[in-house]
Design a protein around this ligand. Structure first.
Ligand code: CP
Length: 322
């Protein structure tokens, strides 16, 4: 996968997964995002780096945060953006994925941002596009959501700096979560000292400890002394059959409340990639409380996506405009 992501000169061509990337690449993406922070503070929130380039948002699955922050990021880089409404496109008439891609390529586009329910869809498209086109994975099945993981790392960095000292807990539906997979890979690459996953047995992959994490089935035990708590949504759309007794019971055992948050360090931050199900994964006091950085994650998504798009188009080098 990495050889497809990086070209022969080691430059980012596609961004499909965190797996196999070096620590240096993750730092480079965050440094570049940091350099774009000032763009958001300007009255004219634009830089001309991708002027004349065309970015196609190709979302085969629903999205609020990822699609809109990719669109904003592309517009802040001055790219032209096409949002393909797949429910009214020819895909709904039976056109194959590859034919859709070939037709869009014929319109001289430069980048596809792809979300798809099938694991490997973005990788498949990257294998088939013309050499000048970049593909960015905006979430594929249960496999990966690399820009989400990078915006999460960027948010953690803003609060904690030294990754190597951190204990990070990821709570909830690990089994179906592409976000958790990408986060675990990124946290390991950045040298986090302890990564915990906390979930009922039915929502953990059978070989979870092979991912280099500690597994807990009790929320209070798992949260003890943690610096960062990442809550995940129950992905009911990917569950086959009953994997939980009820949402009420899930909240009783795994929902984050202020009382449970007291088990973590006093300065622990609470994260969630969204969308949140209040009263299922966490209660509103925590979601809207002083330790929640959930909306910061959304804001950081713009800078991280600007960084990934600019790096993939080769218009920035190591945090600075080329
Ligand atoms: N975090 C995330 O991927 O949210 P959306 O589904 O709204 O894009």
């Amino acid at each position: 996968m990495t050889t497809l992501q990086l070209d022969e000169q080691g430059r980012l061509r596609h961004f499909l997964t965190i797996e196999g990337l070096s620590r240096d690449w993750l730092i480079r993406i965050m440094e570049t995002a940091q350099s774009f922070g000032s763009v958001t503070a300007q009255s004219v929130k634009k830089v001309p780096l991708l002027r004349g380039k065309t970015v196609v948002n190709l979302f085969f699955e629903t999205s609020t945060r990822t699609r809109t922050t990719f669109e904003l990021a592309a517009k802040r880089l001055s790219a032209d953006v096409l949002n393909i409404n797949l429910s009214v496109s020819a895909t709904a008439k039976g056109e194959s994925l590859l034919d859709t891609i070939r037709n869009l390529e014929a319109m001289f586009v430069d980048m596809f941002v792809v979300r798809h329910a099938d694991s490997g869809a973005a990788h498949f498209i990257a294998q088939h596009v013309a050499p000048h086109i970049s593909v960015i994975n905006a979430g594929d099945g249960r496999h990966a959501h690399p820009t989400q993981a990078m915006l999460d790392m960027f948010t953690i960095y803003h609060h904690k700096q030294d990754f190597e000292k951190l204990k990070v807990a990821i709570v909830g539906d690990i089994l179906h979560s592409r976000v958790a997979r990408s986060q675990i890979q990124a946290l390991k690459i950045l040298g986090v000292s302890e990564i915990r996953v906390i979930a009922p047995e039915t929502l953990l992959p059978a070989s979870v400890t092979e991912l280099g994490v500690r597994a807990f089935h009790n929320l209070d035990d798992g949260l003890a002394d943690t610096d960062v708590i990442i809550m995940l949504r129950l992905q009911k759309e990917r569950m086959q059959g009953a994997m939980l007794p009820s949402e009420h019971e899930y909240f009783q055992c795994f929902g984050l409340t202020e009382a449970r948050l007291a088990r973590a360090k006093p300065d622990a931050i609470v994260m969630h990639p969204g969308p949140i199900n209040r009263g299922v994964e966490m209660d509103s006091q925590v979601a809207d409380g002083p330790r929640s950085v959930i909306l910061e994650q959304v804001s950081h998504g713009i800078a991280i996506r600007m960084a990934v798009m600019a790096l993939a188009m080769g218009v920035v080098q190591r945090g600075a405009v080329a």
